[in-house]
Structure formats: C-alpha cells, structure tokens
Design a protein around this ligand. Sequence first.
Ligand code: FES
Ligand code: FES
Length: 221
Amino acid sequence: MTDHPDRPDERGDSLLAGAHSRRSFLKGMGLAAGATAVLPAAVAAQPDERPAAPEIPGVRVLGRAARPITLRVNGQERTVTVEPRTSLLDALRGPLDLTGAKEVCDRGTCGCCTVLLDGKAVVACLMLAMDAVGHEIVTIEGVADDPRYAKLIDAYCENDAAQCGYCIPGFVMSSAALLAKTPNPSPEQVKAGLAGNLCRCGTYTKIFDAVAAAAAKGGVA
Ligand code: FES
Ligand code: FES
C-alpha cells in the first residue's frame, strides 16, 4: 500500500459548466498475499478441498481458498469472497462493481486507483482486500454522493480539469484528502498533495487550479 500525504466512462458534455451533474461527471471519469499475511478477525473460514499449503514455522498461512470478508465501503457493509491475493482495487472493481477507481499501472505508480482509507489517500492496487477489513473505505462513487465534496467536484468541472478524464477520479480523491487535512493549501502543497497522481494528458495546471478554487470556496468541509 502506498500512502501519499494528502491525496468516471463518459466525458464531454457532462464537463461543461452548467450542463454537468457531479454524478455523471465522476461516473464518466471513470472506478501472495503471501503466505505471511495476517488473517483479519472478520475473515471467516470457508471449506477448501484443495490440499493445505505446507506449514512454515512461525508463519500463519492464509491461502489458498477464497474467503468471505466484509468491507465497509462508502458507508455500507459489503461482503465479498476474495482470495488472499486479491487487491482492494480488484475487489472494488470486480465483485463490488465500483469501477470509478481506475486500473492503469497496477503497481502503485499512477494514482488512478486512489481511494480513501480512514480519510487517507491510498492506491488500491497495492493493498490487499483482506487488509482493508475494519477500515473505512471511500471511493469516488462515495464522494460523488456526498455533498461535502460538491464544491471540489464543481471546481473540477468549472476549471475544465479533465481532458480524457481517465486520471480524474484518482486526482479528485487525492484532492479530497489534501483539502481535508490542509483546507487552504499553498500551490506547493497542492503539487505535493497530488504528487502521487499522473495525468497522461498533462492537464496538471487546470487540476491545480481546480483544487485552489475548491479551497477558496470552502474546500470539503
Ligand atoms: S493503478 Fe494503482 S497506482 Fe496505477
Ligand atoms: S485527463 Fe487524460 S489522463 Fe488525465
């Protein structure tokens, strides 16, 4: 899991100021374990007819079977069955059908899969779903439905921050984390807060402008 500090499939018309809805904008912009991983208490055992993995002294083995876990996502308890190796991103985009977090690099480089975990921006591709048990997960879908983030999303739209839009859910999540922690960030703080997100279209200037505009309007309070 990479934790960067303060961090929808349509585009076009929905981005035009006055013609967009935040929901359509965000929807459009978009969302082993190793044998040594620790089994969360909420993970229940499930029958597995395959042979058990070999014992390793001092190591608690999770695998190999998929197991049901309960994740708290966007304020709701959601139970999914995942293998110990399943990333949080795959759990979100697969069984949970929350596709706003994008899978691009799948290795913690681009930030397109950014979600909030207990309020902090994290890249979901580098976190195991089982490790997210017991934490509060917020995705871009949750942000889109939360009026606290309306000014931020409006600022992205009003500043034409998106070109292709594929990176935007991740940027919005990182921006939300940044503004929650630093309500009035300096330009340098904005850049630092979004440093974990990459935009192939290079629309950084407008993204930074959007965050500054959101801060000026009261941020995410
Ligand atoms: S897909 Fe997770 S950081 Fe790129
Ligand atoms: S707007 Fe295209 S990748 Fe950022």
